[in-house]
Write a protein that binds this ligand. Structure first.
Ligand SMILES: [Zn+2]
Length: 300
């Protein structure tokens, strides 16, 4: 196992307003991708979405989850990648037919790409629509964040069978006007352009294989970089019998009773992790008994 496996690293380029993150997903990626028999083109876009979700979630201070969702009428019907503030990931894709052209706009056809931020607690979710760019997911998401956060943001994503990797660079606002290197705005603009320029020369294999110090040296030249300790990531699905029970309750007693009559058992499968939740006649009755108690409790 590599020392940087399943880890996200934050870094700040000293003396100029550039910060960034590197993420490597190994075991977490393999577990996530092995849940379905994805064709290579779908697997690749799913890997990109998962590493992008981890990178983007780490740019926000929150307790909740960030998800990237895409849907369309092309071969790629649905794509979801979710990263939580606790360092857990899950994701899935649905597709149809044989897919060979991996370009995002071709895969999705007439499609839609969105980012949802669930801040956690009872706070309201926020969803933003991302303009699809034919160059791919990293360009589309970078463009969206540059616009919505007013921070120039660039992403590079690389996917292979065993590992996915991602690099995010952000040009941050000038917080302290007293610092000498900020007197001349040209200095930080140059640093940004240079770092992005070096990052552009990385090929996917280098992004996946270079050690963290080597990669940082490659994109920052001789500028000193402050590197923070790695944060661990893992595959974990947030599904539970309680959540499935809520969904069943929302379907209504009549619908469930007729399903039970027809099939004797209601099976709900979680597409993210393949967990199966079975409800027989007794379980279904209990779904609504609990409901009765809740109603009863709130009335008194
Ligand atoms: Zn699940």
């Amino acid at each position: 196992m590599k020392p940087d496996s399943d880890s996200l690293y934050r870094f700040v380029v000293e003396g100029c307003n550039v910060r960034g993150q590197l993420v490597y997903l190994d075991q977490s990626w393999r577990e996530l991708a092995s849940r379905h028999d994805y064709p290579p083109v779908v697997r690749r876009i799913l890997g990109e979405a998962v590493s992008a979700a981890a990178l983007l979630s780490a740019t926000i201070k929150f307790d909740g989850a960030l998800s990237i969702q895409a849907s369309g009428d092309g071969g790629l019907r649905l794509l979801i990648a979710e990263a939580t503030a606790n360092g857990t990931l899950r994701g899935l894709a649905r597709w149809k037919g044989e897919l060979h052209d991996g370009r995002l706009t071709r895969l999705l056809g007439n499609g839609r790409l969105a980012i949802t931020i669930d801040p956690g607690g009872n706070r309201e979710r926020y969803q933003g629509i991302v303009e699809l760019q034919s160059d791919g997911l990293s360009q589309s998401l970078g463009g969206y964040f540059s616009h919505s956060e007013q921070l120039p943001t660039r992403l590079w994503l690389a996917v292979e069978e065993q590992r996915v990797a991602g690099l995010l660079l952000q040009r941050v606002p000038e917080a302290d006007k007293e610092k000498p290197w900020l007197d001349d705005d040209g200095t930080s603009a140059d640093a940004w352009r240079q770092t992005v320029g070096y990052a552009e020369t990385l090929n996917p294999t280098e992004l996946l294989e270079l050690s963290v110090p080597d990669l940082l040296a490659r994109i920052n030249g001789d500028r000193p970089v402050r590197l923070y300790r790695g944060e661990g990531w893992r595959f974990l699905c947030s599904c539970s019998r309680e959540k499935v029970t809520e969904v069943l309750r929302a379907l209504g007693r009549d619908n469930l009773d007729s399903l039970i009559e027809e099939r004797r058992q209601v099976n709900v499968n979680c597409e993210f992790c393949n967990a199966e939740f079975s409800f027989d006649a007794v379980d279904v009755a209990r779904v609504f008994v609990d409901d009765y108690h809740v109603l009863h409790a709130t009335r008194h």
